[in-house]
Design a protein around this ligand. Structure first.
Ligand SMILES: Nc1ncnc2c1ncn2[C@@H]1O[C@H](COP(=O)(O)OP(=O)(O)OP(=O)(O)O)[C@@H](O)[C@H]1O
Ligand SMILES: [Mg+2]
Length: 307
C-alpha cells in the first residue's frame, strides 16, 4: 500500500481539494483508495467529497479523533460512492475501486502526539493495508501535531511492513508559498528536522517529499486572454522570478510531482470534478488531466527515485 501524507505550510493551499480529486481519479482507475482526515482542528473533508452528513466530521463519536484517542477501536468509515449526496456520483462505473473517507469527529480539536496515539495510528495503517491500494492522510497545515503523529508512526519501517510512505507538500505559486513550502520540507522544525528527531533517516525522508503547485496561472496559456497586455507582461516576468526562486529554494522542477492550473470552478466551490463537469464545460479539461497525472505519479516508483 502507498501511504501518502498531504501537507502544506500555509492554509488554503488547495491541499484537501487536490487530494480528494487525486483519490477520486485513482478510484475511477480501479484502485481502492481511502482518505483519512487528519486535519484535526478543521475536519471538513466530507464537504469536498459531497457527503453532507459528515461535512464537518462525523457525529457518531467514532471519528478519527475518537479512534486515535482510544475511545473506539473501529473508526467510522464512509463509503463515498454510496453515501454521497451528489446524485451523479452514485452511478459510479462498475470497474471503479472503493472510495472511502475516514472522517474526523464533529467538534473534535487538536490533541498532542503521545506514544499511545502513535501506536494506534500505526495499528490503523496496518489494518487499512489489507483493504486499500492508496491511503491519503490529509494533515493540518503547518508544523502540527498531526504531522508529528504521521512522522512518528512512519519512523520505523519494520512497524509498517508492505507500506511505502510518501509526502506531498502543496503550495500556491507565489513568493510566500514557495519559501514556506521549502522551509516546511528542510527548515528547522520542518518535516525532515522533526522526522530525524523521531528516528527517521533524514536523507531517506528528504527524498520521500515531492511538491504540488496549485492554482497556477500559466502565462503562456489561453487563461490569460482575459487579461490586459500589461498584466500578461507582468505575469510573464513574475513567473520567471518565481521559477528562479523555486529553483534556489530546492522546490524547482526536479522534485515537483505535478501542477494544477487555476480552476475557476474550484474558486467557487470545493468539489470533485467529474468528467461530466468537463463535458458540460463548467470545468477545464486541463484541471482533470492534472488530477489524473498526479494520481498516476503518486504511485509511480520512477517519480520517487532518489534525487
Ligand atoms: N486549482 C485550483 N484552482 C482554483 N481554486 C482552487 C484550486 N485548488 C483549490 N482551490 C480552492 O482553494 C480553496 C482552498 O482549498 P482547500 O480547502 O483544498 O485548501 P487546504 O490547503 O486544504 O486548506 P486548509 O488549510 O484550510 O485545510 C478552496 O476554495 C478550493 O476550492
Ligand atoms: Mg484542507
Amino acid at each position: 500500500m502507498i501511504l501518502v501524507f498531504a501537507i502544506s505550510d500555509k492554509g488554503g493551499t488547495g491541499r484537501s481539494v487536490t487530494s480528494a480529486n487525486i483519490l477520486y481519479r485513482s478510484s475511477l482507475a480501479g484502485r481502492n483508495v481511502c482518505y483519512l482526515d487528519f486535519d484535526f482542528g478543521s475536519p471538513t473533508a466530507g464537504t469536498i467529497l459531497h457527503v453532507d452528513e459528515v461535512g464537518r466530521g462525523t457525529n457518531t463519536r467514532t471519528g478519527l479523533h475518537s479512534y486515535l484517542l482510544g475511545r473506539t477501536d473501529q473508526p467510522h468509515e464512509v463509503d463515498v460512492w454510496s453515501e454521497t449526496d451528489r446524485s451523479e456520483l452514485r452511478n459510479w462505473p462498475p470497474n471503479a475501486g472503493r472510495l472511502v473517507l475516514l472522517p474526523g469527529d464533529r467538534n473534535g480539536g487538536e490533541f498532542a502526539a503521545n506514544s499511545d496515539v502513535v501506536e494506534r495510528c500505526v495499528r490503523l495503517f496496518n489494518r487499512l493495508k489489507e483493504d486499500y491500494d492508496v491511503c491519503l492522510v490529509d494533515l493540518s497545515a503547518g508544523r502540527s501535531y498531526a504531522a508529528q503523529i504521521a512522522l512518528a508512526a512512519t519512523a520505523h519501517e519494520k512497524l509498517l511492513p508492505g507500506m511505502t510512505a510518501r509526502w506531498l507538500v502543496f503550495h500556491r505559486w507565489t513568493r510566500q508559498h514557495i519559501v514556506a513550502a521549502s522551509a516546511l520540507w528542510q527548515g528547522a522544525h520542518g518535516i525532515v528536522d522533526t522526522g530525524r528527531r523521531l528516528g527517521h533517516n533524514d536523507h531517506v525522508l528528504a527524498n520521500m517529499v515531492r511538491f504540488v503547485r496549485t492554482a497556477v496561472v500559466n502565462p503562456n496559456s489561453e487563461q490569460v486572454n482575459v487579461l490586459r497586455a500589461a498584466q500578461v507582461a507582468f505575469l510573464l516576468r513574475a513567473d520567471e522570478v518565481l521559477r528562479g526562486l523555486a529553483h534556489r529554494e530546492g522546490v524547482g522542477t526536479t522534485n515537483v510531482l505535478g501542477q494544477v492550473p487555476l480552476e475557476p470552478l474550484l474558486q467557487w466551490r470545493e468539489q470533485l470534478i467529474t468528467d461530466s463537469d468537463v463535458e458540460r464545460e463548467i470545468a477545464n479539461p486541463e484541471t482533470v488531466e492534472a488530477f489524473h497525472d498526479l494520481s498516476v505519479n503518486v504511485i509511480d516508483d520512477a517519480m520517487w527515485e532518489g534525487l
